[in-house]
Design a protein around this ligand. Structure first.
Ligand code: COA
Length: 171
């Protein structure tokens, strides 16, 4: 993560109109919907902001759950047989085109992991609903694996993520 970027809770003062990641639906959501979702407490939104106030990227985070039956068997051996497991959902994640390929997408995932670990309710894994194969490839590059029969829904156990990302990810 570049030192001149901070990741903070979405604020009214953030200028979202110039944000463009190349996926119109993600830009529109950020401009028009994100703060409504925060207000209604259906998801939180975090923005990476540079020294000049430009928004380099954002992601959303919400409590969610997955059926244990949707996880590959090799992932459930050490888990209790609860039918439903708590997860943290990264509903949307996007980096402005001017800031892509600088490690900001990775930094947003690590920030989501840190916030998930620090939250009071326990969460077994991060889950991402990738919008297409390219987004899924980005998630797989970060250790996410597909849920059974849902190739575009991927999960990353928090314990695995902490090992993968190292001390940077620790609270
Ligand atoms: C996908 C996206 C978030 C990546 O953000 P980014 O800041 O450009 O990515 P980073 O620079 O952090 O990339 C980190 C690593 O992931 C890799 N990567 C980036 N995009 C990738 C892709 N589509 N497929 C596979 N790997 C990818 C990079 O090569 C890099 O690998 P390295 O550490 O070995 O060099 C960004 O391109 C984007 O906003 N795209 C449009 C919106 C979108 O698809 N969002 C859904 C994301 S789940």
């Amino acid at each position: 993560m570049k030192p001149d970027l901070i990741i903070e809770t979405l604020q009214a003062s953030h200028n979202r109109s110039a944000f463009g990641c190349g996926v119109p639906a993600l830009d529109r959501y950020f401009r028009e919907q994100a703060s409504q979702d925060v207000k209604r407490r259906v998801s939180n939104c975090f923005a990476a902001v540079n020294r000049d106030g430009a928004i380099a990227g954002y992601y959303t985070l919400a409590a969610s759950s997955v059926p244990i039956a949707s996880l590959p068997e090799d992932q459930t051996k050490r888990l209790p047989r609860y039918p439903i497991l708590p997860v943290t959902l990264i509903g949307r994640l996007a980096v402005d085109a001017r800031f892509q390929a600088k490690g900001i997408g990775s930094a947003l995932i690590i920030d989501a992991l840190r916030r998930s670990v620090q939250a009071a309710p326990a969460s077994f894994a991060l889950v991402v609903d990738a919008k297409d194969e390219q987004a899924a490839a980005f998630c797989r590059r970060h250790g996410f694996v597909p849920l059974k029969s849902r190739a575009l829904s991927l999960f990353l156990p928090v314990a695995t993520a902490l090992k993968l990302f190292g001390p940077e990810a620790l609270p």
